[in-house]
Design a protein. Structure first.
Length: 225
């Protein structure tokens, strides 16, 4: 029995071969039929179009203008006018003569004499400068107020007269007191005193520029026209 099996040859069944060929042929046919659908489903992408975009032009440089320079040279200012010295004499104002003559007396009192210097050889003490004094003077703005009214009694008698008085001038320029030096009559002195206390105005005396009280001598003349 073992000898017969070894001597058996390899044999292919014709029916099985036909079935295998048929199956393979069907598979190949299905592949060929499906290929066109695969090819038709592919869409070619659109062609790439390129375009040159011009670059914006470069800005034109603007030249920088130089800043205006200011002249720092200081301007020359005129020198201020010098102030008048407090001891400088005031200008005299001409008062028109309205009839009576008024003597305003000296403008300032005389300065005391300076004593002789010492003969020692030691160190001299520092001397304090004397104060600057300016005397009383009539205020020319009120020159028309100095002449008193003519006393009626003396006018009826046709008598002229003269009165000399000392006036205490306050720091405000007003007459504070009137003393009789001489007078032709009491009527002339009374008229002069009344006018001085109510109407006379002066520029007061000053010591180093500060107004002070001071006495002033005046003469008033009464003349009938």
């Amino acid at each position: 029995m073992y000898a017969d099996r070894s001597n058996r040859r390899f044999h292919i069944n014709p029916a099985s071969l036909s079935i295998a060929v048929a199956i393979n042929g069907g598979v190949l046919a299905a592949l060929f039929l499906a290929a066109p659908e695969w090819v038709q489903g592919y869409v070619e992408p659109p062609a790439l179009t390129t375009r040159n975009i011009p670059l914006p032009p470069e800005p034109i440089p603007i030249p920088s203008e130089p800043l205006p320079t200011t002249d720092t040279t200081p301007l020359l200012q005129p020198a201020p006018a010098p102030l008048p010295r407090p001891d400088a004499p005031r200008p005299m104002v001409d008062v028109p003569n309205t009839g009576p003559i008024i003597d305003f007396g000296p403008l300032r009192p005389p300065l005391p004499p300076i004593g002789p210097g010492g003969t020692g050889t030691g160190t001299r003490p520092v001397e304090t400068p004397a104060p600057v004094m300016v005397g009383v003077s009539p205020d020319p703005r009120f020159a028309d107020r100095f002449q008193p009214a003519y006393p009626p009694s003396e006018q009826r008698e046709g008598r002229d007269g003269q009165v000399v008085v000392r006036v205490l001038v306050g720091a405000d320029g007003r007459a504070k007191a009137v003393e009789r030096v001489s007078a032709t009559s009491d009527a002339f002195f009374t008229a002069t005193r009344r006018q001085a206390l109510s109407q006379w105005r002066f520029r007061p005396a000053t010591r180093d520029g500060a107004a002070i009280e001071s006495w002033y001598r005046m003469s008033v003349t009464f003349v009938l026209n």
